[in-house]
Design a protein around this ligand. Structure first.
Ligand SMILES: [Zn+2]
Length: 95
């Protein structure tokens, strides 16, 4: 048979004895828009997090106009704002 190993696919490794902490790999999470959507200032505080349903969201707090916004990444690479109510609803754990 031909040697067809090594191309494609993701190698999987299982380690039973592994610490519970996630790997401190390179930060690949969303960072959010670069400027404030209200005043276009780039002096933003960003806080990326993942909602209970697995949605990546970024909390933006503008230090200039004090606007606060939640955004989520769009498939095309943009960002769309989401209402705080939606964030709260999706952060709640369902029983
Ligand atoms: Zn602003």
């Amino acid at each position: 048979m031909a040697d067809a190993t090594g191309a494609g696919g993701t190698p999987r490794r299982r380690r039973s004895a592994r610490p519970a902490t996630p790997e401190p790999a390179a930060p690949t999470g969303p960072v959010g828009p670069s400027v404030c959507s209200s005043c276009a200032s780039d002096d933003l505080t960003r806080l990326s997090m993942v909602l209970a349903d697995g949605t990546d969201v970024v909390f933006l707090s503008c230090r200039r106009c004090e606007s606060r916004e939640w955004v989520q990444p769009e498939p095309d690479g943009g960002w769309s704002s989401i209402p705080i109510d939606s964030v709260i609803a999706r952060s709640a754990r369902r029983r």
